[in-house]
Each structure stands twice: as C-alpha cells, then as structure tokens.
Design a protein around this ligand. Structure first.
Ligand SMILES: Nc1ncnc2c1ncn2[C@@H]1O[C@H](COP(=O)(O)OP(=O)(O)OP(=O)(O)O)[C@@H](O)[C@H]1O
Ligand SMILES: [Mg+2]
Length: 502
C-alpha cells in the first residue's frame, strides 16, 4: 500500500482518500514518502480543532485556517510543493462550499507538486468528487512493524531478550491488531506474566479475540465437532479433505493456486453450517464468521462500507484463515435488484465484497452458505467466483443411516439395539436437523416416563413430524431443479440423488 501511495503522490494524483483509524502511523508513512521525493515535499495537517499545522513543527496554526473552506483556499495559494492531509473532513463534505473548494483545488494543482490526502476512519466520497478521488486502505501493521513495537516494549520495560521463535510467535499472534492495540496487548501480557515469553502467546491471542469480538462484525468460532460429526456429504468431504494442506508453503512450491472459496447451497437443516465450521479443524486454520447483518449501519453514510473494509482487512491480516459467511442469501438480498430501499447501500456493499473476492491475494478462504438461490445475486454464481458450488440435498437413505448413527452414538455408547436401516427407511424426506430432533423428542418422551428410549420411540417421533420437505415441497423442488444443473452434488452418488423422489 505504501508503494501505491508513493506512486499516486509521484504521479500527481491531486486527491487521495486514505481510509484508516491509525492517524499517527499513516502520517508517519506520508512524511517518510514526502522526504524521499524529489523535490522534497512539506507535509501539512489540517484538523477542525487546529486548522493547518506543518507536520513535525511546533503547533502554530496557519492564519485562519480552521474552517475547511479557508483551509483549502490556503492550500490553493501555496506555491511550494506539498502534501496536505485533511483529517476527518467527512462530516463537512455535505457542504456545497467545501466540495466546491476541493474541486477548485484539484483544478489548480495541475502542473504543481501538490496533493491533498483525505484521512478518515470511514469512507465517504461526495458524488461530485467520485471521478477525481482514489481511495486507498491503510493496511494494518506488518510483521516487521509489529517487531518494532515489540522491541520498543521490551527495551522500555527492560525485559529479557526473546528467542527468535518466541519473538515470531508473539508477533504472529498480534497480527490483525493496530499498532496501539498491539502495544496494549503486549503490555497486558507482561503485567499478567511479569516477563514476556513464548508462554504469553496465549494471552496475546485471547486479547486479540476479544478485540475482534468487540468490533462486533467478525467472530471467532470455536467448533468442537470434527468432520466425522457430519453424516453423508461424501463428495463435499472429499473435496475439503483433498485441500487440507492447500495453504501450506509446500502447496505453493508445488505450483498450486490458493483456493479462493466455496459456496454451499442447499435445503435447510442438512448440515451446511455444520460442515463449514468443522473445516476449521480439518484444515487447522482459524475460522471467523462475518456477520453481514452487523456490517449494515445506517447511522452515517459510509459507515457500512467502512465496517466491511475493516472486517476484511482484519481477516486478511490474520490469514491464512477461513472466512465464514452463513446465509449469504440473506446478507445480499437487497442488492439482487428491485428491493433497493436503503439508498443503494446494499448494492455498494455487495460491489465492494465482489471486488475484494476478485482481487484478494491473501489466503482468506471464503466459505459461504445459502438456501434461497433466487435471492442470491447472479454474480456470485458465475464461474470462477468460487472454486466450487456444492449443493447439499436432503440426505439419501445411506446418509440418513449415517446421521442416525452419528447422533445416537453421541448420546448412547451402545447403539446396537437400534435398527438403523429401519430408521433410515422411516425417515424419508427428513433433513439431518429433523432426524436429530426426532431422536431428542424420543428421549424426552422416555425420560418423562423414567425409562430408556427405544427404536419405537424414535419411530413415533418421526411419524409425528411433518418434515420441511413436505410443508415446503415447492421451494425444495425448485431449489433441487435449479441446483441439479448448476451445482455439484455434495452427496456420494450422483445417480442416487437424481433418482430420489419424495
Ligand atoms: N449431515 C448431517 N450430519 C449430522 N448432523 C446433521 C447433518 N445435517 C444436519 N445435522 C444436524 O442438524 C443441525 C443443523 O444443521 P445445520 O445448521 O448445519 O443446517 P444448515 O444446512 O446450515 O441449515 P440452514 O439452511 O437452516 O442454515 C446440525 O448442527 C446437526 O446437529
Ligand atoms: Mg445454516
């Protein structure tokens, strides 16, 4: 990114929008760039509290530059080369005067060595400037920047020297945090443990989890189940198992591309979310859930975009990682076309997400699930967006047998007293979730009568249930017809699934 910023400044881009909440770090980078240029540029910083102040100089405000318009006019008048950082201008860009003076500034910069950098934690570009502005994200600290933080911390606290391994682990654990956050976390780990060492990695990690949780959009998922807790879906399991080591150095050396992501479509309650979550264990990668509902924030224009950016940036900084987006259809429903009632926010969000997916270089594997294809924007389904689109159908007879076995074994060690084949036969049209519910219902029944539960209790529970596949037969049939042509079946035998009728 710094490279990019450097290039933009040298290429005389008049207006650069830098999205960041780390003002100090960003200013330092800009200053470093300014000094490396020929001719060297001065750096000025404008805030609404102090007006324009030269970077690194004692705080003496340039005359009367507190109002945005006056500040921009002052910038226009400057003859010397310079980079002018305007911090948090976004609340003022609703004002016609401010926007106009920015446009005047841009026009006046032709042939000069002047650039304006708008620096703000949220992205809000006035329509009038959309064509002239370049938006850049300031990235979270890299390993080497964190290394500086850690070194400073150890020097200041007169701590013991770390081994190379311990240092690397502590740095890796802090990836995804801002510089300030990393400092805080190292300090806290030190206070707790007296001495910073390899064992404090866990403290750093758990602090990081909390910080990530606090932003409310990403969530670390801890899943105890392994992929063996999922019945059936053999094709899907095989695909995932084959890619267990896809994010290793070895795979890169072999020449394999990094997997981008997968979409799992299917009937409700058939294990989509479950298998997505167990992939974390299978691949040995952390899994973060992106809560799209929380990305949307109507409180301020640009807030939602900033939320999404920050979440994706955090995910990238702790990659390799699995980014789990459950119920993708609900997240992007508004952007599918007509239902645009939110002033275009959802289609903008959708657009930024697609662009990110397209361009991302970091190993973030997107795992998305959905069950309403008609609500899913068509762009998602286009070839090449995801590595594979799987369709999880209602379980086949063998799969139902498998699911009964898994859920009965989870609750009782001796399951030989159950006739799995009969249960499988009796549960035609049931989803995995409904099978599990039938077992639980049978257990409640028997428990209330103070006895062990049996085959017949389960059969009674099955008979008392009207599965979703019947109550929502039309939707399920429509989904199947759709998926049959476009997605890869997750179950073992294609022939089997195509024969299935209910
Ligand atoms: N194939 C399966 N094997 C074992 N258990 C299953 C299976 N399918 C569903 N279940 C049980 O049902 C529960 C709910 O399934 P899950 O949440 O994965 O369904 P889903 O496909 O994501 O449904 P939805 O579309 O409603 O989100 C699981 O936690 C699990 O206990
Ligand atoms: Mg689900």
């Amino acid at each position: 990114m710094k490279e990019e910023l450097n290039v933009l400044i040298q290429a005389q881009y008049p207006l650069i929008y830098l999205v960041t909440s780390e003002e100090e770090r960003s200013e330092q980078s800009i200053f470093a760039i300014a000094q490396s240029l020929k001719p060297q540029r001065r750096v000025y910083v404008w805030t609404v509290t102090h007006g324009i102040v030269e970077y690194g100089q004692p705080r003496s405000t340039q005359h009367n530059t507190v109002s945005p318009e006056a500040a921009i006019e002052w910038i226009i008048r400057q003859k010397e080369p310079g980079i002018f950082i305007l911090k948090d201008l976004h609340p003022f860009t609703d004002d016609a005067g401010t926007v106009r003076s920015l446009r005047d500034a841009i026009a006046s910069f032709k042939g000069t060595y002047k650039n304006i950098v708008l620096m703000s934690p949220i992205q809000k570009v006035p329509v009038e400037l959309e064509k002239e502005v370049v938006v850049l994200d300031f990235p979270l600290p890299s390993m080497s920047e964190l290394n500086e933080v850690l070194t400073n911390h150890i020097e200041q606290s007169r701590g013991r020297r770390l081994t190379t391994e311990a240092r690397e682990k502590l740095l890796r654990a802090a990836l995804g945090l801002t510089k300030d956050e990393a400092e805080k976390v190292y300090r806290k780990a030190q206070v707790t443990a007296k001495q910073l060492s390899e064992t404090e990695v866990d403290i750093v990690l758990s602090e990081k989890r909390q910080l990530i949780r606090r932003n409310g959009i990403l969530e670390y998922i801890e899943e105890d189940e392994t992929i063996d807790a999922v019945g059936g879906l053999e094709e899907l399991k095989k695909w995932l198992t084959q890619r267990s080591n896809a994010f290793t150095e070895r795979a890169r050396e072999y020449g394999l591309p990094q997997p981008k992501g997968m979409l799992i479509l299917g009937v409700p309650g058939c294990g989509k979310s479950l298998i997505a979550k167990t992939t974390s264990r299978l691949w040995g990668l952390p899994i973060l859930r992106l809560d799209m509902g929380r990305v949307y924030d109507g409180s301020m224009v640009g807030r939602s975009e900033a939320n999404l950016r920050n979440a994706l940036k955090t995910a990238e900084s702790i990659s390799p990682v699995i980014l789990f987006i459950d119920e993708l259809d609900k997240s992007f429903a508004g952007s599918a076309g007509s239902g645009d009632s939110d002033g275009g926010t959802s289609s903008r969000i959708f657009g930024s997400f697609l662009t990110w997916m397209q361009e991302k270089k970091s190993p973030v594997f997107v795992m998305a699930t959905a069950n309403r294809v008609e609500r899913l924007p068509g762009e998602f389904l286009r070839k090449g967006r995801f590595d594979e689109i799987f369709f999880v159908d209602l379980p086949t007879p063998e799969e139902r047998r498998d699911i009964f076995k898994i859920h009965l074994s989870k609750r009782r060690s001796d399951i030989s007293r159950f006739d799995l084949d009969q249960l499988s036969k009796m549960s035609d049209g049931f989803s995995g979730a409904e099978i599990e519910q039938a077992i639980v219902a049978a257990m409640y029944e028997a428990f209330a009568q103070d006895r062990e539960f049996h085959q017949l209790d389960i059969i009674a529970a099955l008979k008392a249930t009207l599965p979703l596949s019947r109550t929502m037969q039309e939707q399920v049939t429509a989904l199947r017809d759709w998926a049959r042509q476009r997605a890869r079946p997750a179950a073992a035998s294609v022939a089997e699934y195509q024969r299935m009728e209910f």
